[in-house]
Write a protein that binds this ligand. Structure first.
Ligand SMILES: Nc1ncnc2c1ncn2[C@@H]1O[C@H](COP(=O)(O)O)[C@@H](OP(=O)(O)O)[C@H]1O
Ligand SMILES: [Mg+2]
Ligand SMILES: [Mg+2]
Ligand SMILES: [Mg+2]
Length: 331
């Protein structure tokens, strides 16, 4: 497969500019007193601006490509949406080379309304993944992926608050991840251009592993994870963080196992919550399945309706982890 040179460069530029918007919103609207009073509107502003930025950059570079994006322009329409619309427009235009008009802004956001599916190519965007983490000033990620005939072929993820080296706690934050199907996974710091290839951990003994899981126990069951940990004789404490940063941490070997264990039987995962991250782990040498051991199926539409939960780990331990997951969940 061609190495998607143009798509890669455009996606990296779009994700980095969207990260800039998020950071600027956090600095001016969310931090300090606004965090306490947060009525969700700062998040909405950042979500919508980030989606407008990425979609308009993609729209200019690849006008024929549809996009499955998480957000839409409903809250920005009409007189009621005017205040929010003005904020989003100003933020979006801060980082775009060619400013958008109001109608172009709404159209850019709504380019994300594509239904997805198995034919041809489309992008999928989570403008802010880990909104809860964003509000807290913890981890969040701008996640963009290209899907061709139902297969994720390119993934770019910007994690503004993630240490480039998790061990170097005084080191720089802002990790950019890139994966191309068949060509590997890479990381670079936001403030440098040199990329390093990344690999999952080499661990073969699951007892030495650590879990990476959601902060939100409503998104992934912490108690089920604990039972699975006991079955595998894992003693290390779990690494908890919001967003697809978890996939990044597995892909670069900071942690060994990402579990997403369904809390509610009726929750169906969305493609933008997993497309980028799952390709990263796969290209870094790991395996990603659902809790039934099935590969994630991105060909159905906006949802991963054929899958339940997520199990990601390096290839040496994935099957043993899956076994423990199934044993624990069958009880
Ligand atoms: N009950 C639930 N179970 C699983 N995932 C859920 C959920 N409710 C919301 N989510 C998704 O979990 C994502 C965040 O995952 P994590 O907990 O790993 O940070 C959210 O993405 P957004 O923040 O983009 O809305 C949202 O799509
Ligand atoms: Mg998300
Ligand atoms: Mg989101
Ligand atoms: Mg959301």
């Amino acid at each position: 497969m061609a190495a998607l040179v143009a798509e890669r460069a455009v996606a990296v530029d779009a994700v980095l500019r969207a990260c800039q918007v998020c950071q600027s919103v956090f600095k001016h609207l969310v931090s300090g007193e606004t965090v306490v009073k947060a009525d969700k509107s700062p998040v909405t502003v950042a979500d919508l601006s980030a989606q407008a930025v990425v979609n308009s950059i993609l729209g200019r570079a690849f006008p024929k490509d549809p996009i499955v994006g998480e957000e839409d322009s409903a809250d920005l329409q009409g007189d009621q949406g005017k205040l929010l619309r003005n904020k989003v427009l100003a933020l979006t235009n801060q980082v775009l080379a060619e400013p958008l008009s109001e109608s172009q802004l709404l159209a850019a956001i709504d380019r994300g309304n594509y239904v997805g599916g198995s034919k041809g190519r489309h992008w999928t965007l989570d403008p802010i993944d880990g909104t809860q983490g964003f509000i807290r000033g913890d981890q969040f990620a701008v996640c963009l992926a290209l899907i061709e005939d139902g297969q994720v072929v390119l993934g770019v993820m910007g994690c503004p608050n993630l240490l480039v080296d998790l061990e170097d706690t005084k080191g720089s934050r802002g990790s950019l991840f890139i994966a191309i199907k068949g060509h590997g996974a890479f990381q670079r710091s936001f403030d440098a251009t040199n990329e390093q290839p990344i690999h999952v951990s080499q661990l073969t003994d699951p007892t030495m592993a650590s879990f990476c899981e959601s902060v939100m126990s409503s998104h992934s069951s912490h108690s089920d994870a604990e039972r699975i940990g006991q079955l595998l004789h894992i003693t290390k404490p779990p690494l908890r963080m919001d967003s697809q940063c978890k996939y990044g941490c597995i892909a670069r070997g900071d942690s060994d196992i990402y579990l997403r264990l369904p809390v509610r039987a009726d929750y169906v995962e969305k493609i933008w919550d997993h497309a980028t991250g799952s390709l990263l782990v796969h290209e870094a040498g790991g395996q990603v399945t659902d809790i039934d051991g099935k590969p994630l199926d991105f060909s159905i539409g906006r949802y991963l309706s054929a899958n339940r939960g997520i199990v990601a780990a390096n290839s040496s331990i994935h099957s043993r982890v899956l076994q423990a997951v199934q044993q624990a969940l069958s009880k």
